[in-house]
Design a binder for this molecule. Sequence first.
Ligand code: PMP
Length: 407
Amino acid sequence: GTSFDVEKIRQDFPVLHQEVNGKPLAYFDNAATTQKPQAVLDALTHYYTQDNANIHRGIHTLAERATAAFEHTRETVRTFLNAPSAEEIIFTRGTTEGINLVASSWGHTHLQAGDEVIISGMEHHSNIVPWQMVCEARGATLKVIPVRADGSLDLEAFEALVSSRTKMVAVVYVSNSLGTINPVKTIIDKAHAVGARVLIDGAQASSHLNIDVQALDCDFYVFSGHKIYGPTGVGALFGKREVLEAMPPYQGGGEMIKEVTFEKTTYNDIPYKFEAGTPNIADVVAMKAAIDYLQALGKDNLAAYEHELLTYATQAVQDIPGLKLVGTASEKISILSFVLEGIHHFDIGMMLDARGVAIRTGHHCTQPLMHHFGLEGTARASFAFYNTTEEVDRMVEGLHRIAKLKG
Ligand code: PMP
């Protein structure tokens, strides 16, 4: 039992109140993207109807208001991550761009032949491919922390991998395919012991866990606005000041310069050095509303309720014939990944959609992880705090019917 008032919270999310294929929508694809509370939609409308102007350069009132709103989000993200200073927060298009920024700017200036970058076997493609690209360009080697049968990382194997050759460890905090919460603090400490930098992919963690980049002591942390109930097309990168200051710009253009002549350009200070061009002002502004919304409800409360949903769903699918869970580590967020014997995951997704239940199917942008488990993909239900046990019941009932089709 919980005092959590899910019906009240659902009123904040307009999109939830619709029928899909004649059935009430049950949205269980929150690991792909989260729905947006009215406060976020209002922030977008307010910005475009009241304040829209380009930022930082204008001296007129709208430009000042837009700049102030933009920079307020930077301060809000600072508190969201408990970063030491707002200058260490760089706005990006999302997790993918944050990782590419670091792999490109830091990687091309800090990696040499013989160096090693360590990632894990459960990374999203966005934390694999940028490192492969820079390793190939620099003659460095990519190493991979193996995944155990329960979907947790093999830390003993990690210890054997880390050496004086290790220059970067880039790992996912929470797996989008399995829900596993990785012991990133331990990984960070072991990486620092050999002088390596650490990037944490916080795409899934940031909506479920309290994030403290100072306690973690990570060098970089990235996340996406659209996975924390904010808009698409926006995210943030935290980087330690001294590390960011030693990095060259990622892109060139307006905003990131101090002075430009045809002979030489001097670069702006952080964070602006990494924010070339007119940014995604409206969505940055609205991301603040998402963070404020989460903080007001309290992530601990949300996570506790989501954990109840996970426990409930995990129990409820136990007796579905032929269902096998993929990812059963003890530390998990509210993600249920599974396969049904003899039934393709796409068919599960389509048949559940016919019942108004939205899940994800496929490789979840983690093909190497799927191959590790001998799978092409899974069916994945990822729960948010606006989901209900009644919705879970409808999914489970649907899965029982689908499982029967096989025989
Ligand atoms: N890493 C993880 C763990 C993710 O779940 C995702 C999104 N599925 C990403 C990275 C990429 O995020 P984005 O597409 O928002 O850049």
